[in-house]
Design a protein around this ligand. Structure first.
Ligand SMILES: Nc1ncnc2c1ncn2[C@@H]1O[C@H](COP(=O)(O)OP(=O)(O)OP(=O)(O)O)[C@@H](O)[C@H]1O
Ligand SMILES: O=C(O)C1=C[C@@H](O)[C@@H](O)[C@H](O)C1
Ligand SMILES: [Mg+2]
Length: 173
């Protein structure tokens, strides 16, 4: 199986992915890290040098490469991966993949992301806490259409990674 973690930036896909994979004896793969490795550039530099459309094309290519070549893996997607190029439909059609949405409130996302917005090109320019919160509110609303189509959903607010990981295991096994 490939367990695919979906959710907004800051929902904890990368953090939880690691914890969960360790617990269930799966490998862990972060699509953002895989893209950076293959392209030999940070996500920030890919956006800066080539723009978002180029990044989305690469993201889809590498997603399909990973889904074709990995097994027994927890795969953390990028925040936008399921929202472009039919990627979510592609994942859902695979018999060996299942999707888990890490749902997180606007307040908690804003709090988590304000501290580390610089490495995320879509929000790096938002100076104040209020501006960031306004952006996330609208963006999350648009993206929820995709996220909510996931097979499983776990809320992450005020929860320790261990607890979230346990809830995912309970939903899956
Ligand atoms: N359940 C949690 N409790 C407290 N802090 C958390 C939790 N989940 C994530 N964080 C923190 O929020 C920040 C963002 O988490 P993470 O990088 O895992 O998000 P992500 O979903 O992978 O985001 P992106 O889509 O941008 O890759 C990190 O500093 C992480 O430690
Ligand atoms: O939400 C998004 O669109 C993104 C999230 C990150 O994981 C990266 O994939 C990139 O910064 C874009
Ligand atoms: Mg991540």
């Amino acid at each position: 199986m490939i367990l695919v973690l979906i959710g907004y930036m800051g929902s904890g896909k990368s953090l939880i992915g690691n914890t969960l994979a360790e617990k269930i004896g799966y490998d862990y793969l972060d699509l953002d890290a895989y893209i950076e490795e293959q392209e030999k550039k940070t996500i920030k530099d890919i956006f800066q040098d080539h723009g978002e459309i180029y990044f989305r094309k690469k993201e889809t290519i590498y997603l399909k490469e990973v889904l074709a070549n990995f097994e027994n893996t927890v795969l953390a997607l990028g925040g936008g991966t399921p929202c472009f190029a039919g990627n979510l439909e592609f994942i859902q059609q695979k018999s060996n993949a299942t999707t888990v949405y890490l749902q997180t409130s606007l307040d908690e996302l804003t709090q988590r992301l304000y501290a580390e917005k610089e490495k995320r090109p879509l929000i790096a320019h938002l100076e104040s806490h209020e501006a960031l919160k306004d952006f996330i509110r609208k963006h999350l609303f648009e993206r929820s259409f995709y996220y909510s189509q996931s097979t499983h959903k776990v809320n992450t607010d005020q929860k320790h990674p261990e607890e979230i990981s346990k809830e995912i295991q309970a939903a899956l096994f």
